[in-house]
Design a binder for this molecule. Structure first.
Ligand code: FE
Ligand code: CA
Length: 517
């Protein structure tokens, strides 16, 4: 029989834990959490059908002194989670050693039924330069151990991060995550397509757990499937992530309130709200839970003056793809150039306008989804565009270009396209930024278009284009240079595959443009 939250609290054996549990309030994402330090104990939980830590652990949105710790209790992740319909107290601990002898922060958080029994703790009082361990305990169960770190407030001398995107479960396995977990990194930036919403495919190397999700329960099961994978769990457990979404977290190529299948806007917004909530429940983000279909996730992350990341959302507020065609790849039309067509939406664009040019960081990284650089594709005597990319929103792009031109060492990192590319970004004849497009973790690029993509890219002057390989991009930053290593696996059609560096590129601080390293 489910116990109420109050009955749990009455059963708590530690007065400190009791006080901590009932204190409530707090700021931002810590509302269901405490940061009380001191001895923790095992708190009673209702009978669980199995290990509730099947989805592993994660940390994210690190800031000087603090980081978000995440887990979700789900003994049966692909079939509804399997938790009793009551809130559950969860002990969390941060230590400096593997044995958890030196615990530096701990407390009790409540895994709430209304949030799918997810936990978002803000661990505070942490120091930079320390490789912290963290874990959770619910009843007799203990989670896997994660590692995390926080940035210095100032004077960072180096930052190693990697960025990735697009992990279609049915299209491939994730050997890239095994290697990502082993890299020497401070941070991982995720640019979207964490899940794919499609149903069960007849082709592909493995199968989704069910049909296309449109409800909270459906999206929870889909995240449950993806997050059950051990190599993805390892990549999360190894270090903090900064996560934003793209389209497939809701619906392929959606734009604002327009769905792929043109369902009525109010119906789609109901679905979007459920998808956004499931995203929040599964991501280690320093954000309050969404309460409806509108949810602002754009935010910045500073790494000690060396780098600032500006994570944007190019899905929620954009105008529908122009020209009203089935395919997003095609010839332009007058609608494309309508200056009223938004990509970021007025509010987000105002935020970027205020933050980006004013940033004093050495490197300013725009964590972006779809390709920013003009990418016209010559076909016979005509030219086609991918109208889902910034090419479909040229007025909005021109405004962002103007910001980049006034920003110190701007670098755009991009996902979405399942191919790699490196290019200078120009305003007229001057180079104002560099764009690094990363390939996918596992999502495919259509064989029939590989040669086409690579040769079209060559005509637009890109330094490198590669639609054949899966992997991620590792970036090594110092005050002097920004080096990107394109890390590719031999094959994403098998679970274990070696990795290598296909090519490396360098930007020198204060100098325009990128070159081969
Ligand atoms: Fe994708
Ligand atoms: Ca996408």
């Amino acid at each position: 029989m489910p116990l109420s939250r109050r009955e749990f609290l009455l059963g708590a054996t530690s007065a400190a834990a009791l006080a901590a549990c009932s204190s409530g309030g707090g700021d931002s994402a810590s509302s269901s959490t405490t940061t009380t330090t001191g001895p923790t104990t095992t708190l009673p939980v209702p009978p669980l059908p199995g290990d509730p830590f099947m989805l592993g652990v994660a940390s994210g949105d690190p800031a000087p002194g603090s980081v978000v710790l995440w887990t979700r209790l789900a003994p049966t992740p692909t079939t509804g989670g399997g938790m009793p319909a009551s809130d559950v107290p969860v002990v969390w601990e941060v230590a400096t050693d593997d044995a958890f002898a030196d615990i530096v922060a701990s407390g009790v958080a409540t895994a709430e039924t209304q949030h799918g029994h997810s936990i978002h703790v803000i661990a505070e009082g942490l120091s930079d330069g320390v490789d912290y361990r963290y874990r959770f305990r619910a009843g007799d169960f203990t989670s896997p151990v994660g590692r995390t770190r926080v940035p210095p407030a100032t004077n960072a001398s180096s930052l190693n991060f990697a960025f990735g995107s697009c992990q279609h479960y049915q299209a491939g396995f994730w050997p890239a995550h095994t290697h990502l977990a082993e890299e020497d990194l401070d941070l991982v930036v995720w640019l979207g397509d964490y899940i794919y919403e499609g149903g069960i495919s007849d082709t592909g190397v493995r199968k989704h757990e069910g049909p296309e999700p449109t409800t909270l329960d459906g999206y929870r099961n889909r995240y449950g499937l993806y997050k059950s994978e051990k190599n993805l769990q390892a990549a999360h457990a190894a270090r903090p992530w900064l996560v934003v979404w793209d389209d497939h977290e809701v619906d392929n190529n959606y734009a604002g309130d327009s769905s792929q299948d043109s369902v009525p806007a109010d119906e789609f917004l109901t679905r979007r709200a459920e998808a956004y909530k499931a995203w929040w429940e599964h991501m280690p983000v320093r954000l309050d839970p969404p309460t409806g279909p509108t949810y602002e996730i754009n935010r910045s992350l500073d790494w000690g003056g060396l780098a600032s990341f500006f994570a944007i959302d190019t899905r929620q507020h954009r105008a529908n793809q122009a020209c009203g065609r089935e395919s997003d790849v095609g010839e332009g039309c007058p609608e494309v150039d309508d200056p009223a067509r938004q990509m970021l939406g007025a509010e987000q664009e105002a935020w970027l306008t205020e933050k980006l040019p004013g940033s004093s960081a050495t490197w300013n990284v725009l964590a972006n989804q779809v390709i920013f650089s003009p990418s016209p594709i010559p076909v016979g005597s005509s030219t086609v565009l991918n109208l889902d990319q910034w090419d479909g929103y040229p007025a909005a792009r021109t405004r962002v270009l103007d910001l980049l031109a006034r920003t110190r060492n701007p670098v755009i990192i991009t996902g979405d396209i399942h191919a790699s590319a490196v290019a200078d970004v120009k305003q007229g004849d001057s180079v104002v930024a560099v764009e690094f497009v990363g390939t996918s973790i596992s999502s495919g690029f259509p064989d029939a278009f590989i040669d086409f993509f690579e040769s079209a890219a060559a005509t637009t002057g890109v330094l490198m284009a590669d639609a054949r390989h899966r992997g991620y991009v590792r970036c090594r930053l110092t005050p002097e240079s920004f080096i990107s290593d394109y890390r590719i696996v031999e094959s994403a059609l098998v679970d274990t595959s070696p990795i290598s560096t296909a090519s490396s590129f360098v930007i020198t601080a204060g100098q325009p443009g990128v070159r081969k390293a």
